[in-house]
Write a protein that binds this ligand. Sequence first.
Ligand SMILES: Nc1ncnc2c1ncn2[C@@H]1O[C@H](COP(=O)(O)OP(=O)(O)OP(=O)(O)O)[C@@H](O)[C@H]1O
Ligand SMILES: [Mg+2]
Length: 280
Amino acid sequence: MTDTGTEIDDASIPSQSEKSLEHENVETGEPKMRAQGVDVYYGDKRAIDDVSIDIYTEYVTAFIGPSGCGKSTFLRALNRMNDTIPSASVKGRIELDGDDIYASGMDVVQLRARVGMVFQKPNPFPKSIYENIAYGPRIHGLAENRNDVDEIVEKSLRRAGLWEEVKDRLQDSGTALSGGQQQRLCIARAIAVDPEVILMDEPCSALDPIATAKIEELIDELRGRYGIVIVTHSMQQAARVSQRTAFFHLGKMVEYGHTSDIFTNPREKRTQDYITGRYG
Ligand SMILES: Nc1ncnc2c1ncn2[C@@H]1O[C@H](COP(=O)(O)OP(=O)(O)OP(=O)(O)O)[C@@H](O)[C@H]1O
Ligand SMILES: [Mg+2]
């Protein structure tokens, strides 16, 4: 890891977190996820080249970089979504709580519940709002009876900031919601199975500014409870929602650090060029 900073100087971190950060230096604590020397290939073409990064629950981590640099590829490696692409192969080591997620004994369905994913285009199931949330907890055995399911549905929708808007129409189809509501439904669905990490691949790119603001607020509220990684093409969004930023270029992670440093004082010229709009 290249980030050796011990001082938290990020003005965007709310006071509650500042307090907890003062008490323990989480930067040297155990990361939730750790990638070491990760390569991802599509056939014999290398899309990710020797990437190492630690992901902490305490921070939102943003992945930025020009189109095609491998952000989505690397994000998908973190919960083995690349397994669904026949030509894709992953080398190196990725750990969740110290365990190798590519180990042969790893239950991939369980892994994807622990490391959930939210996609660019909201993808609710063509089922009711209620069923969109209830499905996961049921198949993962998190609910024993209807009451448990009801509770999880309400709690997840509340946490995703959607409850008040949908509580009287839980039997309506999830696909009948607005785009921004659908994306919060997808976040609620990810939350419902009690994940440890949530990966978001450009979750706001199809949303208007108001819906985007709601998702950003939500990300801030979820921080600390879940490890959150967000891929974004918006520098403003990365600066608003994240405390750590990784800049990718041509399959490599060029620079990682405090978001404020990456945007105001990057070490690498390639980072500087990107954040000032010289390419992208
Ligand atoms: N399913 C696939 N099969 C083969 N090559 C792929 C596949 N998905 C991505 N690639 C290639 O891997 C490289 C990285 O793509 P990736 O989608 O990870 O980039 P990205 O940084 O997410 O880009 P964007 O910002 O446009 O979403 C690109 O060269 C791309 O063409
Ligand atoms: Mg992408």
